[in-house]
Structure formats: structure tokens, C-alpha cells
Design a protein around this ligand. Sequence first.
Ligand SMILES: Cc1ncc(COP(=O)(O)O)c(C=O)c1O
Length: 452
Amino acid sequence: MTDSDPNEPRKLSKESKEEALRRILKKRSDIAGEMNGVAKRDAFSIPESHYKIEKFSDYQTLTLQQSLAKKVNLESPYFQEHDVLARNTTVIGGREFINFGTYNYLDLNGHPRVNDAAYKAMVEYGTSASASRLVSGERRPHRELEAKIAEVHGTPAALTFVSGHATNVTTIGTLLGKRDLILHDRLIHNSVLQGALLSGAQRQPFDHNDWRGLDDLLMRSRRKFEKVLICVEGIYSMDGDVPPMPEIIEVARKHKALTMVDEAHSFGALGARGYGIGEHFGLKPGDVDIWMGTLSKTLAGCGGYVAGSEALITLLKHTASGFLYSVGMPPPMAAASLEALRIMEEEPERVRQLQANGKLMLELAREAGLDTGYAIGSTVLPVITGSSLLAVRLSRALFELGINAPPIIYPAVEERIARLRFFLSSAHTEEQIRFTVAQVADQKKKLENSPL
Ligand SMILES: Cc1ncc(COP(=O)(O)O)c(C=O)c1O
């Protein structure tokens, strides 16, 4: 053996190269073997329901429900394909239905002026905002829509988001934190609950519309928290009634709490001009800290908004993750909602007709002995069946008769208050409403007398 020069790269003989290669390969296969062993051992202890989606318990429950429904010949009433723009009527599978499944409250979705505004904005700006407004900038329809929403609510500013649901999630998630408390009506929408989860704040429901209970809760716990936010809806989305807003505002003031009203179903429906619960009760814009609404219902678009003080809007615009890290609203959508809002103002008879339709349907339903829960007769009318099965069967029977009214069943609501939910529109005719209520009462009676 000769001494090798330490500066020379080590030269290996053919034999030693093979040896080295064998050594490396063995080491690799030893490592792989060990890893395999570990993986195998672990795989035995991890149930499939923890890593296979088809084994997730929620998925199993869902498929079980679906197969049970099939067994009793109940076709799913959900995810129907509609062939046309859904208004007071719709067409499903080539057949026309009276439609109560769409919240086109003032019949503005598909209005020629709304379509035209969207089309013009599309030609000018394209179909997408193409990035967050922070980086991709804003377009005229964004600014005009926000200025108009602020004007209607009488607030200094407003901000729009690409989803109504995300508006609540990100607004509440941004404004509240773990030292704070969120108090909400027991019937509040899921988006508020998700916002509360995101915020990390403590959350406490109060009984439906029970402002005295709210006052008690605050009396006991206000001092344990920094910020307190009270959340209610302008018209409750499942129940169709209105919160006692003046009393809630008084309680909030007394305890130095913030208030937030979700006007998803009340904007366009309450007040002489349809401006919502503020107009309904004659409130001042500053009486509520956070006015929230959706653009997907009365305003014939998609997305949500928050209206309020400059401080609120500036804070959300610069820190709300659902705004900053999400694309801006497509300009055609913003233009559509802006035009819808202009028509709503120019044609207040739409609001009056919607209000009259709501009252008529409620009156008739009560006369027919139907349980309409808390409803006041507006955009949303529940007919409570008290069982998910009856709700699904009733919805199916009505469908056969040419009426589209989807059921709301457990777990969306408690089983004992399963229901059909009717969304009213200014376009529904008296004849459609009378026919529907008569059929609901008749079919419900028949089904109650013929259990499966
Ligand atoms: C009360 C309420 N808030 C928020 C939302 C979410 O709005 P969007 O469907 O526009 O996302 C809804 C949905 O219908 C709702 O009913």
C-alpha cells in the first residue's frame, strides 16, 4: 500500500467502489426497512376514520341518511338544477314551478338594467378583480357601491367583501379576541358562530329576542371581559321575525357593549324604502356599531358588506384577513348590486309589494292553522312540521303539485322545529300565494294521517 496524497481526491479501486456502493445501498435499505416497520406499526394503531375521507364519521352519517331516504323513495330536495333564472316561478326538469326557494326579494335579479350594468362593467373591467384590492387596486364600481351603501345606512363608510358568510366570519374574527365576549341571539346565523370561533372570544347565546336575559348576562359578566359584541339579525333567516332593536341598543349602551346587526334578510324588506331595520324602528345610524348585509339577496349580486364609522371600515380594510387576503369583488357584481340598489330607491312599490305579500301569506297560513312560529310576515315564512321526515315528505308532495319550497331539517334546525321555509318576493302574485297556502295545509293534513 502506498500513502496517498491528502490533497488528491481519494481514488478508489474498482473493488472498493463496489464495496462502497454495496455499503450505501445496504444502509439505505436498512433505513427504508426501519421506516417501513415504524409506518406499519403506526398504521395498525391509526383508525381509517382518521385518514380516509370516505371513513370520516360525518361522511358515514351523511351516506346513511341518503340511503335511508332512497329506501323510502324520498328523492333529495336539494341541489336541484333549475333551467332558468329563478324568480317567483322557476323551471326544473322542463316543468314550471311556483318558486319559494330563492331570495330574489325585490325581483331584481335578471332585471334588464341590472344585467346591463353588469355587462358594461364586464366589458370595461373584465370578469375578475384578479387579486386582492390591496394589490390589484379598486375599480369604479367598488367605490360607487360602497359609497351608496354608506349613504343608505347613513354611515360615514362601508366596505364590501366577496361573500356574505365570509363578511361575518372575518369581521368578527378581526374585531374580537380571546379576552372578549360575543353575545348572540340563540337563532343567529352560522356565519356569526364561525366568526366567533375564529376570534377565540368567549361566546354565549341568549334566548331568542330576550333582551332582559341579555341584560342579566351582561350584569353578571360584563366586567370579566374587555370588548363585548352583541349580534342579532334584522330578520331571522329561519324564523322570519325581527329583534327588539331599541331595547337591545339600550342594553348595549348601559353595559358599554358593541352591537352588530346582520341585515341579510331585512335589507329591502323593512322600512318604507326598504333600508332595513334602522328605518323600521327609526334608529339613528350611530345606534348600531356594525351594520352588516349581504349582496346576494335583495341586491341581486354576491358578497357582503359592513357599514359603520370611518374607524371600523379603515380597520377592516387594513386588517381583516377575509378582505386583505381574498380577491376583490368582481366589478360586474359590484355594478349589478349598485344598479339594484338604485332601482330599489326609484321603485319603492317593490318594497311595498314584498311587504304586502309577506303579510298576506302569513295571514292565510295562520287562518289555515299552520304553525308559522315567530314569523311577522315578511321575506321569510316558516311552516313548522315538527319532524324532518314530515318536512321532506311535505316538500316532495308540494313539488309534485308544482310548488318549490325546500325543507329545513335537522341538523340545520332542531328536529322538533323542522320546517318548510318560504322565501317571499315582490313578484309573487296573490293567486300563487293563495294556491300555495291551500296546498300546504291540505298536503300536511294528508301526510300526518298517512305515516310511512
Ligand atoms: C343571516 C345571514 N347572514 C349571512 C348569510 C351569508 O350570506 P351569503 O349567502 O351571501 O354568503 C346568510 C345566508 O343566507 C344569512 O342568512
